[in-house]
Design a protein around this ligand. Structure first.
Ligand code: F6P
Length: 354
């Protein structure tokens, strides 16, 4: 009877449970596999005693709509950081009798999976992140849900902005990629969308607000957390004394508000959506995508096609070598049709007027 391990690594996102369910059910039904859930990502394999639990048909049933991950996850566990950790992980995998491992994670987890594959581990990856920035994959599950959450937030900000005639700035997650800000900004009818890929001109942003003060009275600005002004510095993360990790401070919306306020007449307010974007129940789209990814990962496992990450390219399900997904991130290309559409319908991307 085959024995396959499964873990979720890195930041959580809606749809993880739908993947776990699909991987496990597919493997159980099609080849009678025993599926072993590893707790808290790679951390569960790095400790002296591995933390694992057998998954049953029942434990993976009824979870498709649940946010987060039933297995738990960890951000910082990287078994490649030391040879002893790498060796311990490989030893545990062998001792548990796992013939292979399904790793559901973002770019960090894919690069760990790739590194472990080079040490002989048989692994299949599933791309996960609300940021939608994994190389070789045009849509990661979790992204659609995050966009829906941000869109709803922008709609709520619209009504209060209208009532007060204010400039409302909403900051989205996405790290160095502007996908969430771009798609939610379009869906929520933001007037200005600022992305990490296009440094913004504060005067151009202020000019939009001033023009709207004359007629509509209010302005909605959607800004990705990795955006910065022309000539400015990234403020996406800051180190807080006493914290083991650099933590999020929600810098960019407040920095923009401070720069904008002296340039406009109306009051400026900033909202940082933060981890709200990662929580809650996945959208139907994400549930379906996650189910397809999970099932596809199981097919790769059963075919013995290791060292690959399942993916969606040009709308088609497939897989890419882990090596191709392991490095860098997929940012919004400057010729992306969504950018063109935004400009053409009069949304400002903060570009200087020529
Ligand atoms: O990569 C997903 C993500 O939510 C990013 O959008 C964000 O910058 C980061 O993770 C937040 O990480 P943490 O939960 O460690 O603050």
């Amino acid at each position: 009877q085959p024995r396959i391990g499964i873990l979720t690594g890195g930041g959580d996102c809606p749809g993880l449970n739908a993947v776990i369910r699909a991987v496990a059910k597919s493997l159980m039904r099609q080849c009678g596999a025993e599926v072993i859930g590893i707790e808290d990502g790679f951390a569960g394999l790095m400790e002296d005693t591995p933390r694992v639990r057998a998954l049953t048909w029942d434990t993976v049933s009824g979870i498709v709509m649940r946010g987060g991950t039933i297995l738990g996850t960890s951000n910082r566990a990287d078994p490649l950081r030391s040879a002893a950790d790498t060796e311990r992980v490989l030893r545990h995998v062998a001792a548990l009798g796992l013939q292979g491992l399904v790793v559901i994670g973002g770019d960090g987890s894919m690069s760990i999976a790739h590194g472990l594959a080079q040490h002989g581990l048989r692994v299949v990856g599933v791309p996960k992140t609300i940021d939608n920035d994994i190389p070789g994959c045009e849509r990661s599950f979790g992204f659609d849900t995050a966009v829906a959450t941000v869109t709803e937030a922008i709609e709520r900000l619209q009504t209060t902005a209208q009532s007060h005639g204010r400039v409302m700035i909403v900051e989205t997650m996405g790290r160095w990629a502007g996908w969430i800000a771009l798609e939610a900004g379009l869906a929520g009818a933001a007037d200005v969308i600022l992305l990490p890929e296009i440094d913004y001109d504060i005067e151009a942003v202020a000019a939009v607000c001033r023009a709207r003060e004359q007629h509509q009275r209010y302005t909605i600005i959607c800004i990705g957390e990795g955006a910065k002004p022309i000539g400015g510095q990234y403020t996406v993360r800051a180190t807080v004394e006493g914290s083991p990790d650099p933590i999020r401070l929600g810098g960019v919306a407040h920095a923009l508000a401070a720069a904008l306020q002296p340039r406009v007449r109306s009051e400026v307010r900033a909202t940082v959506l933060g981890h709200v974007q990662r929580g809650g129940s996945p959208t139907p789209f994400d549930r379906v995508l996650a189910t397809q990814y999970g099932n596809e990962a199981a097919q790769l496992v059963m075919a013995g096609t290791w060292g690959r990450m399942v993916t969606l390219q040009h709308g088609r399900l497939g897989s890419v070598a882990l090596a191709d997904a392991a490095h860098g991130n997929r940012r919004v290309p400057l010729d992306d049709p969504l950018l063109r559409a935004a400009r053409q319908i009069g949304i400002s991307l903060g570009e200087p007027s020529v």
